[in-house]
Ligand binder design. Structure first.
Ligand code: SAM
Length: 259
């Protein structure tokens, strides 16, 4: 049974509220990411990838900001992609693709029309263990045009380099998060709800025990793991554009010699 767009949007709006309880300043981080995306692409019709797109929260915000963009949004979770597709299938310029970013050659699954101007991602790439992160960044480096950018918003700690600062960053995030409202889902409640929704039974079954079925935890939650993997993939510049506590917008730029 097809899921109605309205039904999918209700779950996505609950997803956004659930994510906001874990990511204080989530909307502010989206806004800064989109500002940087616009500035970095320098054209009205960029080709943009959204890595670990979930139900498409960032992908649609990219199109709201840059309506002539083409956005290819990638995730390994068929349930989240099914919600995204049901809600946004009629959105011009937006395509959702199922692929595991930690597996090599996922770029081939995307059927891209040309070199990618930018990749964006939020609260996703810390899921990948470091060896898979290296695969993902290596594959991405081969898809981006020279001077192309990665803009990655995530909670990334500096425990290995500066444990005292890492503790202060966590303290700032706890303060910004504040107490959880009674009416809000947490991660477990949101997943419990979709799993019990008869309209989503087919997607729940497809999710099965695939690569996305279990949150494997904060595998690459250190900033240094991302810096190492990005440098190893050949990115020429890596830096932080915005941050509140450990919540960062990391930017990496490919060198002119790539591609
Ligand atoms: C917390 S959600 C964030 C989703 C979305 N970017 C957002 O900000 O709302 C993390 C996402 O990363 C995806 N993900 C985790 N590991 C992945 C992998 N190896 N390949 C593709 N997607 C993956 C999950 O399926 C999930 O949708």
């Amino acid at each position: 049974m097809p899921i109605s767009s309205e039904h999918a949007r209700t779950w996505i709006s609950r997803w956004d509220r659930q994510q906001e309880t874990y990511v204080p300043h989530r909307e502010e981080r989206f806004t800064v990411l989109l500002d940087a995306l616009e500035a970095a692409c320098g054209r009205p019709d960029p080709l943009v990838l959204d890595l670990g797109c979930g139900p498409g929260s960032l992908a649609v915000r990219v199109l709201d900001r840059i309506p002539a963009a083409t956005v290819v949004a990638v995730d390994a979770d068929p349930l989240l992609l099914g919600l995204a597709d049901a809600a946004h299938h009629d959105r011009p310029g937006l395509r959702f693709v199922e692929a595991d970013l930690g597996r090599s050659v996922w770029g081939a699954d995307l059927a891209l029309s040309g070199p990618v101007d930018a990749a964006v991602s939020t609260t996703a790439l810390h899921w990948l263990p470091e060896p898979e992160l290296r695969v993902a960044y290596g594959e991405l480096a081969g898809l981006l045009r020279p001077g192309g950018v990665l803009l990655n918003g995530d909670d990334l700690g500096v425990d290995d380099a500066a444990p005292g600062i890492a503790e202060l960053e966590r303290n700032l995030l706890r303060r910004a998060a504040g107490p959880r409202g009674e009416s809000l889902d947490d991660w477990r409640q949101w997943w419990g709800g979709v799993t019990e929704d008869p309209a989503l039974a087919e997607l729940v079954a497809r999710r099965g025990a695939g690569p996305a079925a279990g949150h494997r935890g904060a595998e690459s939650a250190r900033l240094s793991a991302h810096e190492r993997a990005l440098r190893a993939a050949g990115f020429a510049e890596v830096g932080t554009l915005w941050q509140h506590g450990g919540n960062r917008l990391v930017c990496a730029i490919t060198g002119a010699s790539m591609v």
